[in-house]
Design a protein around this ligand. Structure first.
Ligand code: NAP
Length: 295
């Protein structure tokens, strides 16, 4: 007899499971921006398990140390480089360091981004510019550096840009990040066409809500304001960072070579969610517990 209880989507296999053959990335070099924390580290981890050498680029020494530790625990060859992706010279220097240690990276994962919730009417010019500069400009500058080197060397490569679903829907409370991610998604489509003839595959990869211990206090605060996280998802569960890692290792693998210009969403269909009975509208100010707007 059916009980018809909602059961949600089954949970992911355990951390350490692999979908691809062992050694899929033997001899390959993967460059991950922001790979010392959260989802970037989860992605770097899955490539490392499959044999890749890993380069992690970000600004903060403590994050680079975390990446070193995570890769050492897996016995993966790794290089961590201090780099601010807003600065093309800093990116070039990080690629120079990668080349002299391992050779030209075969795969670039543009994961680094900046974000914090703020009502659009409160946002400072500096906050807007900073998020656009890191998330949109930085992603482009890294992609350009990678492509220039591959086009010059006449070698193939694969780029994965990590996005967000509000690229399609808009993101109340995240006007800066949503606009930047919309640009990142659009860039995937342009660059895949421009660089396909040079053997460079370009795809987007979008996580749904995947909580992790490295989330910034701003983002954790935002989650704390939300109802039960699992209950808010059609899957009746949030995503696991390793699920993004598995999708990334598939997208850059030999088994996905004809997939380019595509953005894959790994979010249990949360971004298509609509209510049969619409909930009442609550302003972003009220959702964030802010007082009335003052000029
Ligand atoms: P996170 O832990 O805050 O990681 C962001 C990383 O970017 C940090 O390692 C940071 O390292 C690096 N970074 C920031 N600014 C940089 C700069 N100027 N130059 C170089 N590196 C920089 O965030 P996350 O949750 O793992 O998110 C990873 C990606 O997934 C992002 O693109 C995010 O938009 C996307 N995403 C995440 C979720 C989620 O549920 N977690 C949902 C949707 C989309 P340093 O501070 O050392 O520079």
């Amino acid at each position: 007899m059916s009980t018809s209880e909602p059961i949600g989507l089954p949970d992911a296999p355990e951390l350490g499971a692999q979908a691809l053959p062992a050694g899929t990335y033997d001899g390959k070099v993967v460059f991950v921006t922001g790979g010392g924390t959260g989802l970037g580290r989860a992605v770097a981890t899955e490539f490392a398990r499959l044999g890749a050498s890993i380069v992690v680029a970000s600004r903060k020494p403590e994050h680079l140390e975390q990446a070193d530790e995570a890769m050492a625990a897996l016995g993966a060859p790794a290089l961590t480089v201090q780099c601010d992706i807003r600065e093309p010279d800093s990116i070039a220097a990080a690629f120079d360091a990668a080349v002299s240690r391992f050779g030209l990276p075969d795969i670039l994962v543009n994961n680094a981004a900046a974000n914090f919730p703020v009502p659009a009417e409160d946002m400072s010019a500096n906050a807007w510019r900073t998020v656009i500069d890191i998330t949109l400009n930085g992603t482009y500058f890294c992609a350009r550096e990678f492509a220039r080197r591959h086009i010059d060397a006449n070698t193939p490569g694969s780029i994965i840009n990590i996005g967000a679903t509000y690229a399609w829907t808009g993101g109340p409370g995240f006007a800066h990040s949503a606009a930047a991610k919309a640009g990142v998604k659009n860039m995937v489509e342009t660059l895949a066409v421009e660089w396909g003839p040079y053997g460079i595959q370009v795809n987007g990869l979008v996580p749904g809500l995947m909580p992790h211990e490295d989330m910034t206090d701003d983002i954790k605060g935002n989650l704390a304001r939300t109802n039960d996280k699992d209950a808010c998802q059609p899957a009746l569960r949030v995503g696991r960072p390793r699920e993004l890692g598995w999708a990334a290792t598939f997208l850059a693998s030999p088994y996905a070579r004809f997939i380019s210009g595509h953005t894959l969403v790994v979010d249990g269909a949360n971004w298509q969610r609509r209510s049969l009975t619409q909930p009442e509208v609550v302003t972003v100010r009220d959702q964030m517990g802010k007082g009335p707007f003052e000029l």
